[in-house]
Design a protein around this ligand. Structure first.
Ligand SMILES: [Zn+2]
Ligand SMILES: [Zn+2]
Length: 367
């Protein structure tokens, strides 16, 4: 048992609290990772605030990067000292895992959203009591984590490790939704709703795919400016009643693709209504629980559709190293919207993320 530091989320009204916890040694299929840094994603905030209902208290965080310190006997792709980006856990043997889509694993919920292993245990404890320490395979708001070998992705040591954690969620989701799920051909027109980390990553994915027109919709002008600087061709505010008409006019009859990253029900509708025929909308943003939306079936019937996309339909073991290489080549400049914080400033980082002041906060862990 090691003593480690972690930030616990207890309830919506209590700030994250740093404390000392006990961490087990890794089991045969697990590795011990010293977390170097962890991005903060909106899902962490949504769980803390219980707009996404998962059990608390729990150690959250799911954009960790770090260095392998111990390797279980059954893990054969990692050695001590490897640099890793952490991603979600998956079983490795179900139909979807075997087809390279682990984010649709049959055991996705049990392995990632309970904060425990599938057998109900957790590697983390305090005074002999279980502490949920397996959020999205990692619970990376901590100095150390025990993660399943499958959730640890080896990356080249030449890359800036403290910057890489968001590749495991936000960047994989945004770039992957465009490049893996929608696959626009060169010259396509695409509209992206929401210019947070995922939407901006979708903009970069659209640039990499050779899209001719990349229209971003976001209420925050600084985010629209960031989208334009990353290669968007147009940026519109979201609060315009004539938004769909403007999009249809800008795209000369409709977009080939749209990506909905905001989760706002009105934006979901606009993301379908702005499509040409044929046209596909990828729904990525988490809508409020039990949202039911009417769809204009006269519109959808003409070759249009909407599909939910999780983690950009990516296999993180291959996609994350690809993204790291793209960043090293200057083709994925997400560092431009990152701000680093000390781990102890986690509550400040979250409030600056919620206010829209910062797009991607990353916590640096103490060494
Ligand atoms: Zn996330
Ligand atoms: Zn599986």
């Amino acid at each position: 048992m090691n003593s480690i530091q972690a930030a616990i989320a207890t309830d919506p009204n209590t700030p994250f609290t740093l404390g000392e916890y006990k961490l087990e040694k890794p089991r045969a299929d697990e590795v011990l990772v010293r977390i170097v840094a962890s991005g903060i994603c909106h899902t962490d905030i949504a769980v803390k605030e219980q707009s996404v209902h998962l059990p608390l208290p729990m150690v959250l965080g799911h954009e960790g990067s770090g260095i392998v310190e111990m390797v279980g006997d059954a893990v054969d792709h990692l050695v001590v000292g490897d640099h890793v980006v952490l991603s979600g856990d998956s079983c490795g043997s179900c139909h979807k895992c075997q087809h390279g889509l682990p984010s649709y694993c049959d055991e996705f919920v049990e392995r990632n959203l309970t904060g425990c292993r599938v057998d109900g245990t957790s590697p983390l404890s305090a005074e002999g009591e279980l502490v949920r320490g397996r959020f999205v395979g990692q619970s990376s708001f901590a100095t150390h984590s025990i993660v399943p070998g499958r959730a640890a992705i080896k990356v080249d040591k030449q890359y800036p490790l403290e910057l890489l954690g968001p590749l495991g969620c936000g960047l994989t989701t945004g770039v992957g939704t465009v490049m893996n799920a929608l696959r626009p051909s060169a010259g396509s027109k695409i509209v992206i709703f929401g210019a947070g980390t995922v939407g901006l990553a979708a903009v970069m994915g659209a640039v990499l795919s050779g899209c001719q027109q990349i229209v971003v919709v976001d209420p925050v002008s600084a985010r629209r400016d960031m989208a334009m600087s990353l290669g968007a061709t147009h940026a519109l505010p979201a609060n315009d009643a004539a938004l769909v008409d403007e999009l249809l006019s800008l795209t000369h009859g409709g977009a080939d693709f749209s990506v909905e990253c905001s989760g706002v029900p009105a934006a979901v509708n606009a993301a379908v209504m702005c499509l040409a025929r044929p046209g596909w909308c990828a729904q990525v943003g988490a809508t409020p629980a039990r949202t039911i939306l009417p769809l204009d079936m006269d519109h959808v019937g003409f070759g249009r559709g909407i599909k939910g996309v999780v983690m950009g339909d990516s296999n993180p073991q291959t996609f994350v190293p690809y993204l790291a290489a793209l960043h090293a080549q200057g083709k994925l400049p997400y560092d431009r919207f990152v701000k680093f914080y000390d781990f102890s400033d986690i509550n400040q980082a979250i409030s600056e993320s919620k206010s829209g002041e910062v797009i991607k906060p990353i916590l640096r862990m103490p060494t």
